[in-house]
Design a protein around this ligand. Structure first.
Ligand code: ZN
Length: 441
């Protein structure tokens, strides 16, 4: 089966070359061919590339202009965040890298309702709250008491009994975080309750073991304390402003499709004109091509470029969002943040240029190969730009002749590798030999 289809492919290729040879021979017989000349060199479409790069860069500049609203508001937003951070320090803290919300600071009065409806209040000997971002097995917050030791070696988990069942059943766990011994932890715990029967047992964990079990039991990831600090007005405002720019990125991506298609058509037209000159110089007459695959190649190119621009935009905005929210947490200066944002757009701009260069070179090469195939040109001469920017790996290929198929085919073609400016110079020897044969017959 394979052999048969390969033979079929060879026959089809031969017929392309034979068709070209027959066309050229006929033109010669009618005296319509011009004398053979030196074949002009294949060129990389630099003009289309720089024009396309300029258009992609303009998209990036459009996003940058839209982010200006955020940059202008930065001094105010950062001042607001500073204010919030001050407020929050009283109610939130961090132990062992765990974000903790303190509902009842030490010394405050906690009003509570028991399972049996009893209401009372307790003066808190220790700060009491819950682990932010974690849910216990029952879906409830994981309650925690904070003791005097900042980085305790052991964590004590007290298993509390339910008052509603007369202390006969398990209710929930209380984490004693910040005591150096089980006795201290138990004493601190019992001081908070009016009945010792709340205490239903205790398990001690080393701190690392506790953290591991916590993650396993709750399925949560350890969240950095930074994360929750962002859910404040400034963080929300930032998201609103950046979401507007994200809409622009989406519409820019749509615009890219048209821009890319035009660039693709330009590449195709330039390549067509170049190939016409080359074929006319080599064979004495230009040979029409059906361009069967060109449309599909340009469509594919446009879609790929849309995806690349979209991801460039989204990545840039993600970076900026992280940058700005990080600035709220760390209290950076607006000028410094603005400068960093400008730097992100410089990077995005460079990236847009790289996309243009890479994509145009690749498309040009694909179009060239498709048309060479249609003409039955089975071999090409590899031409590098022959300057000091040619990558080391491609230098040895310069000037060599390679077949497009079969034995001796290179592992990759010019333009395939990222930002390659190498091109395929058509080799007409086989077709010329066929033409001579036809004319001699
Ligand atoms: Zn190259």
């Amino acid at each position: 089966m394979l052999g048969a289809s390969h033979a079929g492919a060879v026959a089809a290729r031969m017929s392309n070359a034979q068709r070209t040879a027959a066309y050229v021979a006929a033109q010669r017989r009618f005296g319509l061919a011009s004398p053979r000349r030196r074949v002009p060199r294949s060129r990389h479409p630099f003009l289309v590339e720089s024009d396309y790069a300029a258009k992609l860069v303009a998209l990036v500049h459009g996003w940058r202009d839209r982010v200006a609203t955020l940059v202008n508001e930065l001094p105010e937003l950062l001042a607001g965040a500073r204010q919030h951070r001050g407020d929050e320090l009283e109610t939130r803290t961090e132990r062992l890298g765990l974000p903790i919300v303190i509902e009842n600071p030490a010394g405050s009065v906690r009003h509570w309702t028991d399972g049996d409806g009893t209401q009372d209040e307790t003066v808190m000997g220790w700060s009491y709250g819950y682990l932010e971002g974690f849910r216990g097995a029952d879906g409830e917050d994981v309650d925690v008491y904070l003791g005097p030791v900042e980085s305790p070696e052991w964590i004590f988990v007290i298993h509390q009994q339910s008052k509603a069942t007369g202390f006969t059943t398990y209710d929930e766990d209380k984490i004693m975080l910040g005591w150096s011994s089980a006795t201290d932890a138990l004493e601190a715990y019992l001081a908070q309750y009016d009945d010792p029967r709340f205490f239903g047992g205790m398990t001690a964990y080393t701190a690392p073991d506790f953290l591991a079990r916590l993650v396993r039991a709750t399925g949560a990831k350890l969240t950095r304390a930074d994360a929750w600090r962002l859910d404040i007005g400034e963080g929300r405002r930032t998201r609103v402003l950046l979401d507007r720019v994200r809409e622009d990125v989406a519409s820019a991506a749509r615009a890219t499709e048209q821009v890319a298609k035009r660039a693709g058509e330009q590449v195709s037209n330039i390549q067509r004109a170049e190939l016409a000159k080359q074929t006319k110089a080599a064979l004495g007459v230009d040979v029409p091509v059906a361009d069967r695959n060109i449309h599909a190649l340009i469509e594919h190119f446009a879609h790929e470029n849309v995806a690349l621009i979209k991801s460039l935009g989204n990545r840039t905005l993600d970076d900026i969002e992280k940058l700005v929210t990080g600035a709220y947490v760390r209290g950076l200066r607006a000028e410094d943040v603005a400068q960093e944002i400008a730097r992100r757009f410089d990077i995005a701009e460079r990236h847009a240029r790289l996309i243009a260069r890479d994509q145009i070179g690749r498309l040009n090469s694909q179009i060239t190969r498709a048309r060479h195939d249609e003409l039955g040109i089975g071999k090409f001469r590899w031409l590098t730009m022959d300057d000091n920017r040619v990558r080391q790996r491609h230098r040895p290929f310069h000037g060599n002749v390679y077949p497009y198929r079969g034995e001796g085919t290179p592992e990759f073609f010019p333009g395939d590798e990222i930002m390659c400016r190498c091109v395929e110079q058509p080799v007409y020897d086989d077709i010329l030999a066929m033409v001579d044969e036809l004319l001699a017959a």
